[in-house]
Design a protein around this ligand. Sequence first.
Ligand code: KG4
Ligand code: ZN
Length: 340
Amino acid sequence: MALLMAIESSCDETAIAILRGVPGSAAEVLASEISSQIDLHREHGGVVPELASRNHSLRLRGLVEKALFDAKVTMADIDAFAATTGPGLASSLLIGSTAAKGMACALGKPFLGINHLEGHLLSPFIDRTAVPPHLALIVSGGHTLLLDVEAAGRYRKLGGTRDDAAGEAFDKVGKMLDLPYPGGPEIEKAARSGNPRAFDFPRSMLHDPHLDFSFSGLKTAVLYTLQREKGRVSVPDLAASFQQAVLDILVGKTLRAAEISRHRIVAISGGVSLNQALRDALQSACDKAGLEFVTAPRDFCADNAAMIAFAALLRHLAGESSPLDGDIHPNLPLVEPAIV
Ligand code: KG4
Ligand code: ZN
């Protein structure tokens, strides 16, 4: 049995989780606290790094106390402390990792530095007893990645974005439409009453043989449409047509990757996986292809610390730990590109 405390502070959410794990059983999330800074950054239209790091340090202590209270454990019960050490904003990563190292040091317990993307990647399996071989799609504000997962810790990159990440494209188009930050959930809301066939936007690289993505052409097409229509455009129609183009690209490439990698399980994670239209589209494509489709519980799709605690738990149970004098890594990749 192991009790893990993890901190996630790579961007604009300050999050703490406490998780109990027993080898061979599903992990139990005893506490998962998230303090969102969205309101703070909204007036700036995006994340302001200095505001983010200052607020992480202001909120952390209260969140740690609340997590211990909710989990009904004391600091002395924790077996290991973990934090996201990359990728992310340097000043934000430093706050969480320094706090976790401080607690580990004070209590004489191990520290584990965790890759934020590994947290997302493993999150669909947080309530399962094992991480099976599968094809993974990570879709977040900073990343769009297709990975061949052999087991926890054994990943091969199959494709990634060549320009904007899927979430970034949602956020930029949201900005063009004057929707509040972040644009992803707002576009999904607007799209519900729109016609996805109102505008025929490009599905860049969809039929190319490789498994990379590109969303900048789609974003530019939306911009040109807005300029051409000069305020006459229906926001729901444009949002629905843009969202449909993103979905077609993501679903098309993911199914091709599953076919190439011969996996029978497809898992998605990351903030964009909260999009119900995307979940539905992938579910029905997987049903048609006879594949199992797995998503993270909704609470663990966007940035959270339970996913970091889960990745740390698997590494801790495998006997791993990180040095207390290790650095943070703002551009940390999950895996080096495969040599082909
Ligand atoms: O995983 P996440 O919380 O943070 C990163 O690691 O980047 O993902 C945030 C991204 C943002 O771009 C946000 O707009 C997007 O996830 N997002 C959505 C939805 N909810 C969040 N995109 C589309 N539809 C949604 N419902
Ligand atoms: Zn994330």
